[in-house]
Design a protein around this ligand. Structure first.
Ligand code: SF4
Length: 215
């Protein structure tokens, strides 16, 4: 679908500055993504900093820390009890199965690494794909809630499309070397224009490409 690539090209023209996750440690990136679930960027960052400063974010430490202790430091991110259980379990799993070294998984071929990551407690497709794209530099586009919403409104996929369908459509229509740009720019666009509530269709620079499905 040409329109997918047209949209991404226009996003690249509009947004000259592109952020990238600064985290190079894949375990920290994994914890970041767990903390980001159902919260905003500011609270996710604050929880991450609290946890790193007070306990340290590495599999050894977090596998031994109590759920209560982890929860105490990530309270600001919301759902802190569930998230702390996930973080502790995934830390224990990585220590037990990979001697605490997540790079052992990331060095595997893409599909195998993806399966391994998704078999870990608390790790779903988005978390796995974020780590694979930004830490392992694999060719994959993680789909977050902004990208889901935009893909449906722009008619790239049907309204009931699931994660794998959205991912497949985007990956098929965007050249691999632009996967990172596509991911970060679609999220930025979702925050700035195509917001969940009250999207700014009147000001939107993609309006001529958009059937505005469901808006
Ligand atoms: S025109 Fe509206 S619905 Fe379509 S991409 Fe822009 S903000 Fe989203």
């Amino acid at each position: 679908m040409d329109r997918v690539w047209q949209v991404v090209q226009r996003l690249m023209q509009h947004y000259r500055e592109r952020w990238r996750p600064s985290e190079t440690d894949p375990f920290k990136a994994l914890v970041h993504t767990i903390l980001s679930q159902n919260t905003n960027f500011k609270n996710e960052m604050e929880a991450f900093r609290n946890l790193d400063k007070n306990l340290g974010i590495n599999p050894e430490t977090l596998s031994k820390a109590s759920v209560e202790e982890i929860a105490k430091h990530i309270r600001v991110a919301g759902l802190h009890r569930q998230k702390s259980v996930k973080i502790k379990k995934v830390a224990q799993y990585i220590v037990k199965k990979y001697d605490g070294d997540l790079w052992k998984v990331l060095k595997l071929p893409l599909e195998q690494a993806r399966r391994e990551l998704m078999s870990m407690p608390g790790v779903g497709p988005k978390t796995a794909d974020v780590v694979l794209l930004f830490n392992a530099r694999k060719h994959v586009i993680p789909i977050d809630r902004h990208i889901f919403r935009i893909s449906r409104r722009l008619g790239f996929v049907s309204q009931n499309a699931g994660y794998e369908e959205v991912r497949a459509v985007l990956e098929k229509n965007i050249p691999e070397r632009y996967y990172e740009d596509a991911h970060v720019l679609l999220i930025q666009f979702g925050r700035d224009y195509c917001r969940a509530r009250k999207p700014k269709c009147d000001e939107c620079f993609l309006s001529d490409l958009c059937p505005k499905i469901g808006v």
